[in-house]
Design a protein around this ligand. Sequence first.
Ligand code: DQQ
Length: 477
Amino acid sequence: MSEQPGSITAPRRVAPDDIHRPLYHFTPPQNWMNDPNGLIFWRGQYHLFYQHNPDAPYWGNMHWGHAVSEDLTHWRDLPIALAPQPDSPDSAGCFSGCAIVADGTPTIVYTGTQGAHCEIQTQCIATAVDDGLVKWTKHPRNPLLSDIPAFLKQTRDFRDPFVWRMNDRWYMVLGSHIIDEGGVILLYQSNDLEHWAFKSILLQGHQEETGTPWECPNFFPLGDKWVLILSSIGPEMRVYAFVGTFEDEQFHVESQNRLNWGSFYAPLSFADADNRRILFGWIVEDRNRESQIAAGWSGAQSLPRELTLAEDGRLLQKPVIEAQKLRGQVLISTERGDSSELHLQDTHDCYEILAKMQPRGRMTLRLCCAPDHSEFTDLIVDVEKLSAIIDRTHSSRNTHVDTSTLKVDLESVADGEITLHIFVDRSIIEVFINDTVCLTSRIYPTQSNSTGVQLIEGHTLIEELTIWELQSIWERA
Ligand code: DQQ
């Protein structure tokens, strides 16, 4: 029997013997979580909704889980916000969407699905009943948008509304694709959130280049530009960011990049009370289904990131300043010349590394390393070859986890310093290089003492390096 809205799920327990469960990245209380949904700051609180299967640690039967925070760092679980309702437009699942404030009322716009394979996808609305955003009422005339443009030549992929207000009107983008061509983002307009008119294709891709179908669009102004972020599911899960201008309802792309590399998908952003653009993404598991079932949970949210634009138009991503609240004791702090001492072998499974490097040569930082080096993960930054690598060949002795190597190209970094910002949270590694290239990786060491950090190459490149122990956001059981 499925959980219904308002039902209290079993209280969260952080089992001390689960060495892979992140302690400061948000994970579901139990069972499955994927995309962040409906992010909103309301009445002094940050609300994180998320795609959730309350019945099992694998995808299916999509509900909206809910958690709340005062500081973007520590979260409190709330009851399920949206659940599929039999004989309704969301009978097969409440898929992803956003939250806006319409006439003073927080409002969710989401995709309701029907059919054995969730193949009927329509756009629906729910409004908040209380200021805590705990209870929601679905609109009696749902679905509010079900006509699928014929030029798509398919009727199965039409989802993930992202809505904003501009020039006294509502606008919405949806993810989809045109058969045999590629992904598309569709632009709609409405005066009342109930009647939607198709305006144009905001962006179209070639499937050989940017995959298909496209999902989870975000479209928002940043500085003097507009940014479109989208996720492309096949042939591999990728997230793209396009920066350009938006005039006369036309998006003119000026640059295109991967937003993130590795196990990261379906991000969602929102503007908070200070108009900061904050983004969360789903950190995907990289171990087999049986391991996820045995663990009893699946999926994590990235650290929230603040997005800004550099003067040259590059999209910058930094962990929000609030993440510094997680810092505990300084484990190591080195200045130029003494980084050869960098060899930490202790039982810290949650830490942050901030390092500044000279812009030449190659550096290998060994993370999550067992005392006998039987397990370790290497982060290699090669400033001459302009590459960053996460080598997981020896990350885990478990054969049911992905140990492939992630290699990404760096932009030219000839001038200035390289800043590496690394977050290790048991089975998660998030890396920010110069706030522009972001890598997310999953590792599943089998030994509880695979926690060491060692600089094994490139001592002379490190100008400064600090490692902080990071604290759990949950009470340990
Ligand atoms: N996840 C949701 C969809 C979305 C996909 C279903 C992206 O709405 O397109 O769980 O991960």
